[in-house]
Ligand binder design. Structure first.
Ligand code: C2E
Ligand code: MG
Ligand code: MG
Length: 737
């Protein structure tokens, strides 16, 4: 046996290990407890002298003992491994609680230090996460600021027994004002009334300067509590925790004072409640808060800053409701695909941004520009009856686009085609949009660089020619669809852990089409069911091939996108089960948040069945839809995919960074992992790593590729890792993005 007497000072070792986040127990290689943190001793109800020398066996539930001893021997035999598992541990005679236990071998295998986390705390955290969602939802539903703050004070009081929460916020004059719920004496409440955050002293001043919770265990003798001591004594409150509310940009904008019954130090779980509530107050007080940032993203095209398709629908709907006439101009750039493919995406993006700027600056005051997606823009001209005036607007736009564009080191001229349709304030929006589209294609077919006004013959001819939906049916039968695959990389190891299947259509005449051009068409009919079924079958077969050479513990996860209509299918679960025949893994299902779910109950039932079959579920494009927070609660996703609009902005925009941080935090509390979408550069990659995001996907890590390219890049069984230095070659080889 090793000479433990020569070991270092146990108290010193415990001091080094104890960061206050968990209980620490140190066990020697004979499984004898040698030392424990104060908190661990208190939890297990043991005086210090007794533990030194007692067998750890006495602490473990008989049913968990074999497993615990096995894991322990393994850890001692192989220093460096860190076993982690759940065990029932004795906290008193006949009384056990579940702990999350992780061990670390120290001193060349002579001792193992265990960190124990009480799962009751974890459950508290889960409950807290759900309530956090509720508060954020209140905020997004238009509930007033004060009502949200009252809700937060309630939340705090529910989680901290016998407590009384007072929130002080800064009013527009920079002075503090109290907000509270329960019966509380004016004496306590108004102590800070009329003081500014800057001048606040006492507990507020402490919290402000530390930017952390400040704990006072005995209020009686403290001068800044003197005016309130009578009221405090009456209510039995003798201690207080004061937490600063920080805005997303890091300023102190208010305070949370929580009065407590006894003189005990708050537990870590309780401090977490204070911290969370402080953060939420900060978000609520920030004028553009979390939800505002979410909904801003939902209505704005992140590249150009113009309104997006959804915003356009809202604006048109508002006009239609009032029965006002309007004109729609559909605009498409004639050489965009060429520029994107030959000069690169950065040049394509720069062009779109400049086009948006020129459109905006040449529009009359009753017109608004939107980006529909790709290189398609729409201009809505409100309250306009005369076709001549719409034609004049269109010609003005063409004029503005005629000047050459500077793209990197070259100058290019581009042409645009514009189609015009009119509504006299009646009829449905989609058909006016379709008419503008049809007129625009007519202009394009006649050589581009022109304007066409919608007319009946254009409608008939083009509807026949351009109805992709009609052709899509035969495309599926004729094998014109393809799948491309985009790797998903684990951020700590840079190994490929997943792959997303994305559909493409090799159209015999129009060339390669992205999903944005035909999936929405398919979604208008039951064709989407056939398309999704085809994708699921193909992806399953590919998964079988890529799983064959991999070990059971090292499965690659293949993800498919399914539309909301497929989720309503009774046989979706069986279809997914059937898709992978080898039984070596299962597909995962991504549901985009933008999809409308009409039958919430049956969708939840489908997701429950999928989960039972071991099919993981991801919420795609998180943050862009309106029901984001509800979905997380309803569908219990395994993965939340942060939409690329946040990833794109997070490096330069503190608010987007806060949103990303909050999503990661929220996901962690709910037991989900986060995949960041659209990672395009190294700064984004390292910030995500820093924030503790688990997985990422994006052009930097690999574009969507044909299967053969995936194998060239990552090996036949996809066991390769992503490496920054090989990335450029990989990018060039994958032209199907
Ligand atoms: P998604 O599921 O969010 O897929 C990610 C999209 O982001 C893909 O576009 C991908 O090419 C693109 N992307 C990936 N990394 C980056 C990046 O770093 N920067 C930028 N700018 N973009 C990146 P894609 O393939 O055009 O797909 C668009 C959407 O169409 C998908 O969004 C998905 O919602 C839908 N979709 C794709 N395949 C299918 C399918 O098989 N069935 C259904 N129902 N929908 C599909
Ligand atoms: Mg997806
Ligand atoms: Mg997505």
């Amino acid at each position: 046996m090793v000479n433990i007497a020569a070991a270092p000072d146990w108290a010193e070792l415990i001091g080094e290990l104890d960061d206050g986040s968990s209980l620490i127990v140190v066990v020697d290689d004979d499984f004898v407890v040698r030392a424990a943190s104060e908190e661990a001793l208190a939890t297990f109800g043991l005086p210090k002298s007794d533990t030194l020398g007692m067998s750890a066996v006495d602490l473990i539930h008989a049913g968990d003992l074999d497993r615990a001893v096995g894991a322990f021997s393994e850890a001692v035999a192989h220093p460096g491994i860190r076993p982690a598992d759940l065990y029932r541990l004795r906290i008193g005679p006949g009384h056990y609680r579940s702990f999350d236990v992780s061990g670390e071998t120290l001193m060349e295998g002579r001792v193992v230090a265990f960190r124990l986390t009480d799962l009751t705390e974890r459950r508290r955290a889960e409950q807290l996460a759900l309530e956090q969602i509720e508060v954020l939802e209140l905020l997004s539903s238009g509930t007033s600021r004060n009502a949200c703050l009252v809700e937060l004070a309630n939340l705090c009081e529910r989680h901290i027994e016998g407590s009384l929460a007072i929130i002080h916020v800064e009013n527009p004059d920079g002075l503090l004002e109290p907000v509270t719920t329960g019966p509380v004496s004016r004496l306590v409440l108004n102590r800070w009334l009329g003081t500014s955050v800057k001048d606040a002293g006492g507990n507020l001043g402490e919290a402000e300067s530390r930017r952390l919770s400040h704990v006072e265990l005995d209020l009686q003798p403290l001068p800044h509590w003197q005016s309130a001591t009578a009221a405090l004594a009456e209510a039995g409150h003798s201690s207080c925790v004061t937490t600063p509310a920080l805005s997303p940009s890091g300023e102190v904008v208010g305070y949370l004072e929580v009065l407590r019954l006894g003189a005990e130090r708050p537990s870590n779980g309780e401090l977490a409640v204070h911290g969370l509530v402080g953060r939420l107050i900060g978000l609520i007080l920030d004028r553009l808060s979390f939800e505002a940032a979410l909904s801003e993203a939902a209505f704005t095209d992140d590249l150009t800053g113009l309104g997006n398709r959804r915003q356009m629908y809202e604006d048109i709907e508002a006009l239609s409701k009032r029965g006002e006439p309007f004109g729609l101009l559909g605009i498409d750039l004639d050489q965009f695909a060429w520029i994107n493919n030959n000069l690169g995406h950065a040049a394509g993006d720069a062009l779109l941004v400049e086009v948006a700027r020129r459109l905006e600056s040449s529009l009359p005051s009753n017109a608004t520009a939107f980006r529909q997606g790709g290189d398609e823009f729409v201009v809505l001209v409100a309250r306009e009856r005369r076709a001549e005036d719409l034609l004049a607007v269109a010609k003005g736009l063409l004029g503005a686009l005629r000047e050459p564009f500077t793209l990197g080191s070259t100058e290019r001229r581009i042409n645009a085609s514009i189609g015009i349709a009119q509504s006299m304030g009646d009829g449905d929006i989609d058909s006016v949009l379709a008419q503008a589209d049809a007129a625009m294609y007519s202009a394009k077919r006649e050589g581009g660089a022109g304007v066409r006004l919608f007319s009946e013959p254009i409608g008939q001819e083009l509807m026949r020619h351009m109805s992709l939906a009609g052709e899509l049916q035969s495309a599926i039968e004729n094998g014109e669809l393809r799948l491309v695959f985009q790797p998903i990389v684990r951020l700590d190891t840079l190994a490929i852990t997943g792959i997303e299947a994305l559909v493409r259509w090799e159209h015999p005449v129009r060339g390669l089409l992205g999903p944005g051009e035909f999936v929405p068409l398919a979604e208008e009919s039951s064709l989407i069911l056939e398309l999704d079924e085809w994708v699921i079958g193909e992806a399953g077969a590919r998964l079988d091939r890529w799983s064959a050479g991999r070990a059971a513990g090292d499965r690659i996860q293949m993800w498919v996108n399914v539309s909301a209509r497929s989720v309503m299918r009774a046989d979706l679960v069986e279809m997914i089960e059937r898709a992978s025949k080898s039984g070596l893994g299962t597909l995962g299902v991504e549901l985009t948040e933008r999809d409308r779910i009409d039958h919430r109950g049956s969708a939840i039932a489908t997701f429950n069945r999928l989960r039972d079959k071991g099919v993981p579920i991801a919420i795609d494009d998180f943050g862009t839809g309106r029901a984001s927070l509800h979905r997380v609660v309803d569908f219990e996703p395994d993965v939340i995919k942060i939409d690329r609009s946040f990833v794109r902005r997070m490096v330069d925009t503190p608010r987007s960074r806060v949103v990303v941080e909050s999503i990661i935090d929220l996901a962690g509390r709910l037991g989900a992992t986060v995949t960041a979408e659209g990672v395009e550069d190294h700064r984004q990659l390292s910030l995500l790593q820093e924030l503790g995001c688990q997985d990422a996907q994006g052009f930097l890590l690999g574009r969507p590729m044909l299967p053969s390219h995936v194998e060239t890049a990552f090996g036949p069984d996809l066991k390769g890792h992503w490496s920054a230095t090989e990335a450029p070659a990989r990018r060039a080889s994958s032209f199907l993005a």
